[in-house]
Design a protein around this ligand. Sequence first.
Ligand code: TGC
Ligand code: FAD
Length: 391
Amino acid sequence: MSSAPRQPLELFAIDGLLTEEERAIRDVVRDFVERRIKPEVADWFEAGTIPARELAREFGELGVLGMHLEGYGCAGTNAVSYGLAAMELEAGDSGIRSLVSVQGSLAMYAIHAFGSDEQKDEWLPRMAKGEAIGCFGLTEADFGSNPSGMRTAAKRDGDDWVLDGSKMWITNGTVADVAIVWAQTDDGIRGFVVPTDTAGFSAREIHKKMSLRASVTAELVFDGVRLPASAMLPGVRGLKGPLACLNEARFGIAYGTLGAARDCLETALSYAIDREQFDKPIAGYQMTQQKLTDMTLELGKGMLLAIHLGRLKDAHAITPEQVSLGKLNNARESLAIARECRSILGGNGITLEYPVIRHMNNLESVFTYEGTNEMHTLIIGQALTGIPAFR
Ligand code: TGC
Ligand code: FAD
């Protein structure tokens, strides 16, 4: 007996776990992605460019920039809604979700959580509208997984600070109006709010990427960048500052990756039903059904985990190692799903006519940034054993 095909997440009745408001926010973002992102993103990916400024303003109008923050023109939604928005954006492309999550969860969050009233008033309303774009500079060429070793330094000169050094792999770097830069000082690691038109600041776009091509990635260089005393983020000292921002973005990634995986799986499912070999749909073969079933299980389990983490976050009860559970599992399983879907599409799986290889290549970056697979494994290992094994 045959029956009408079902979408993978329908089988899990996920909608029943969401409030009406959460579903409404999700649907608005999904609609935007269908209309504005999906028709164009393969071309942006192929060309290695995105209209970042234009999109930032549109995302501002949509209300997704810093959407989980309170005040300053931000929407103040709950964490689950923010996660669902990240998921829909990443169903479009991981680079698009990156643009939004670096803006809201890293740059805006840093100012919101640790900034002075003046810094908040100056930047947050414009960033929420997408009139100003932010980036977040933690990683350096020689210090990725181990940011504590960073060499970028800010030294006091009278009341001013003078910033020297560089940052690598910085999303939004060449299109940003403001950079949140983490640097060594006599007082430990501190964050600085650096307008990118300050003398001595430069940004160079990184080319020849095979992943996150619809996203700006850059190197930042600080050559005697003179900043007023008021440029320092007063609210935090030490590595826990940037790591607290990463908790926000990693949470979004736990949802976001599932959007890319869902888009791959829905594409592969519909392809398998339409595509005939040996006189019947490839979806009619047991090996294809095994693939589709296994992927559906991982997607659904990842979704249940994400929603659970969202509920914990909304109850202010989430811990960093729980965020790591979500980032590690969902980035890893989404990448595996994308690769398996690629195989179902056969030769068609290698072209940008379908979204699958684009998601697959993007997820390689997502697997690495915001803490690699290994770093999150060690964070969870430390939580389990009490023994840090990073060094
Ligand atoms: P450790 O000694 O463990 O900790 C230093 C201080 O930080 C505290 N802490 C945290 N605080 C808040 N949230 C967290 N998740 C925290 N983890 C640790 C810790 O309690 C301590 O506080 P205190 O008061 O004692 O000083 O630090 P460690 O040097 O041993 O490093 C630990 C490790 C390896 C887990 C950390 O360095 C790490 O997470 N490394 C990975 C680096 C990373 O994720 N980089 C991401 C860069 S940004 C990015 O990729 C953006 S991509 C954007 C996009 O396009 O979407
Ligand atoms: P490394 O740290 O050199 O790691 C290389 C390999 O060694 C990994 O597999 C790693 O897990 C492994 N390894 C390292 N140490 C250990 C250990 N102790 N035990 C076991 N294995 C280990 N950074 C920002 O600050 N801001 C951004 O906006 C930003 N955007 C990015 C956008 C893109 C597209 C990419 C690719 C990266 C971005 N990053 C950004 C940087 C990203 O966070 C780093 O690439 C990541 O943290 C890994 O650092 P690394 O590349 O130096 O790799």
